[in-house]
Design a protein around this ligand. Structure first.
Ligand code: GCV
Length: 729
């Protein structure tokens, strides 16, 4: 009754109508508050008037042939970007004026053909491009040219980035070629819509409504990836479901492939090794069985009928309960080659994961991947990548590089990073991962002498084996801001740019991301960059100081758990705390992981005096009283690291608090709340871990540091409500 009265009042009464309008405007303003959906493709008006008019004068006419799908995508993106950044969209006709932007290939653009740039464009390969200021018939033009349409799209995104980051565009002479050929995202999305280790909602793929309905979000996903050069996506979880290879799901995957194609993104699927049994009706999945081989051939032929440019398979075999060739006493190479042979005629590849370990407390897990695969070096088909994680354990906050890098001389390795923060506080924590990626990529393997960095090893496979690649498990989900934490977007962005060029620095990538996501205020950029760069070291101090790792709560991978144990797993195997000291002896007197590295490194890692402090406890069991480079004992240093880490989170929170008003209020509050949670959790990690390790060291907390507020049991009992295993297993 009341609502009817109100309704009548609003409709009949002039004042009421005004109230309705004001209410509507308020609600609209609220709904237009920034929610992070645009990612770094946030094209806001350039406020610096002079710069904006310089850009407007330099881009008056766009010449691009929209009949090519990727060029149409480039034109659409430019329209969106220029409308947002400059407030107007240039004309698009064939007249040549000062400020003509010409985009395309020698095939799509007669103008580019006439410019005689062939020799320069030839050097850009299949995906690269040039961006250049050129005087054509006395007119100042900008040319984005490439061998392929996708190269031109990448060049267009690069050009837009120049505008977004306010670069001078009057003397451009850019030539870009990706350093790695396959730049892939390995989604861990399940067919039921959940995402393994995904902390940004549910899967993006709407299996129920595909292929009839392809959400606009699929295009935005493709735009985001193309903008940073990602060219492949594995749609489903490595803990695979054979159903994804059935006709029903292939049709759905094909619809996604169609949507992604103009953006240069190929679709890949995970292949469950036992699929011939589960969906093929065979009695075995033995890779040497002719019927099984035939089944895979037919299945692959079928896939290519639906997806003509299908990328290939990603396989997790004989790992964590997944089936594999060893079930039939065959090798990983036997399994991979069977699939590779089926894919080869179509140009597809196999990405065979090296994440295998014996689930036994008697064997150091760090040894397994190397031992299993080194003996198969050179035994794989030419279209097979072996894919190790960046470290030998499991996407830890810090690990030394996987010892296979540099050692698999005859089989190409494809790096696997993790963008989703499985061990880094999910999407609650702000941890900028570019420094982690860089640390691995820049690590010197010494395998072909000093300077044989992991990045170089990856890149060199292009020359030696004709293929090179990198993959990462993304942090993307159905959350409105895609990644759960707004700053998680920076990790997706950074991965893409580093996959394109591992030489880029974490700092310059952070700068670009901040400018594209937030604003151009110098103080803001400096402070936020500093906070981002610091964030990874901070996370390490709290979750894996001095080379510790895998000491989280095992059930959830969230929160501290150096005390954790169940029937199969004991955190003590990963830290080996005892009354003598701390750390895992992986030298010759221990599990001898050091022997898997080049002699230079093996020697370095084996001696606590020469072992880099960041890997000290990964390779050595060190006495509590050992004097560290700081002059403190190991015990005091460890406790100091924990306290420094939590202080740094507080510092991050305070930096952000000063940014109120400099970023959109909704974004500000989102990050503010999460940083507070991060601070509380850091204290949980710190106090719980310090008190636990103290039960072994029996030493007091250094006098200059405060004592934990509670007893050890308090920290052990803190529940974590989101029990991942309970929900999804
Ligand atoms: C996809 C870790 C994770 C698993 C993941 C596995 C893998 O063990 O906890 O969720 O499974 O790595 O990379 O295969």
């Amino acid at each position: 009754m009341l609502s009817y009265k109100l309704y009548k009042f609003f409709l009949m009464n002039l004042v009421g109508r005004i109230i309705v309008i004001v209410l509507f405007m308020t609600v609209s303003a609220e709904s237009f508050a920034e929610n992070g959906y645009e990612l770094w493709m946030r094209y806001r008006n350039i406020e610096e008037k002079n710069l904006a008019s310089t850009y407007i004068n330099s881009i008056k006419n766009i010449q691009i042939d929209r009949s090519f799908p990727s060029l149409k995508a480039a034109a659409d993106e430019l329209t969106l970007a220029l409308e947002g950044l400059l407030g107007e969209v240039p004309v698009s006709d064939t007249t040549l004026v000062d400020g003509t932007l010409i985009i395309g290939t020698e095939t799509s653009s007669p103008m580019i053909r006439n410019l005689k740039l062939s020799s320069k464009i030839a050097g850009t390969g299949d995906e690269g491009y040039i961006i250049q200021n050129i005087l054509i018939n006395g007119k100042s033009c900008i040319v984005i040219a490439s061998n392929t349409e996708i190269g031109a799209l990448y060049g267009t995104f690069h050009f837009i980035r120049l505008l977004q980051t306010r670069q001078d565009i009057s003397e451009l002479n850019i030539l870009e070629v990706p350093k790695l050929k396959f730049r892939v995202l390995n989604h861990w999305d399940n067919l039921n819509g959940t995402v393994e280790r995904g902390y940004a909602g549910y899967s993006l793929w709407d299996w129920q409504r595909l292929p009839m309905y392809v959400d606009r979000r699929m295009i935005d996903y493709a735009r985001a990836n193309a903008s940073v050069g990602i060219n492949g996506t594995v749609l489903n979880n490595v803990n695979a479901n054979s159903k994804s290879l059935t006709r029903e799901y292939l049709i759905k995957a094909a619809a996604l492939a169609d949507a992604f194609r103009p953006y240069g993104i190929k679709v890949y699927l995970t292949a469950k090794f036992s699929a011939p049994i589960e969906i093929g009706g065979l009695k075995t999945a033995d890779p040497l069985d002719p019927a099984v081989r035939k089944w895979w051939k037919n299945k692959v032929n079928d896939i290519y009928r639906y997806i003509p440019d299908f990328g290939g398979f990603l396989v997790k075999a004989n790992s964590e309960g997944q089936p594999g060739p060893q079930d039939y006493h065959r090798t990983h190479a036997d399994g991979a080659n069977m699939m590779a042979e089926a894919l080869e005629p179509h140009g597809g590849i196999v990405m065979w994961r090296a994440f295998v370990y014996e689930n036994s407390r008697n064997v150091d897990r760090a040894l397994n991947g190397y031992n299993e695969f080194i003996k198969l070096n050179g035994k794989f088909n030419k279209n097979v990548f072996v894919q190790p994680k960046n470290g030998a354990i499991d996407f830890q906050p810090r690990e030394p590089f996987h010892p296979l890098f540099g050692k698999m001389t005859d089989t190409p390795l494809m790096m696997e990073f993790q963008i989703t923060q499985e061990y880094l506080g999910y999407s609650t924590n702000l941890v900028y991962l570019a420094p982690l990626f860089k640390e691995t990529l820049d690590s010197d393997t010494y395998t072909k002498g000093k300077g044989t960095t992991v990045a170089k090893v990856l890149e060199d496979y292009q020359r030696s084996n004709g293929m090179s690649g990198i993959a990462a498990v993304p942090n993307i989900g159905s959350d409105i801001n895609w990644t759960g934490h707004l700053f998680g977007q920076a990790n997706w962005f950074a991965y893409g740019l580093l996959a394109w060029n591992p030489q880029r620095t974490a700092e310059e990538i952070a700068d670009d991301w901040i400018k594209m996501t937030f604003n151009h205020d110098k103080d803001f950029i400096n402070a936020i960059r500093e906070m981002m760069i610091l964030s990874r070291e901070t996370a390490v101090k709290i979750r894996g100081a001095l080379g510790l790792n895998h000491i989280m709560n095992f059930a959830t991978h969230y929160g501290p758990g150096p005390w954790y144990k169940d029937n199969h797993w004991d955190a003590r195997d990963y830290h080996k705390a005892d009354t003598y000291g701390l750390g895992v002896d992986r030298t010759a007197t221990g599990s001898n992981v050091v022997a898997q590295y080049a002699p230079e490194l093996s020697k370095l890692f084996s001696d606590p005096k020469t072992c880099p402090q960041k890997y000290l406890l990964y390779f050595n069991h060190v006495a509590w009283g050992y004097i560290m480079p700081s002059g403190r004992t190991l015990w005091d240093e460890l406790v100091h690291q924990y306290f420094k880490g939590t202080d740094e989170v507080t510092q991050m929170r305070r930096i952000w608090d000063t940014m109120e008003g400099k970023v959109d209020a909704q974004c500000f509050n989102h990050v503010k709340q999460l940083l507070k949670a991060q601070e509380d959790e850091a204290i949980w990690w710190r106090d719980g871990s310090v008190l636990y390790f103290q039960t072994f060291s029996k030493l007091p907390i250094p006098a200059d540091l405060p004592k934990p507020e509670h007893e050890l049991n308090y920290y052990k009992r803190i529940p974590f409500p989101y029990d991942w295993n309970g929900i999804y297993k």
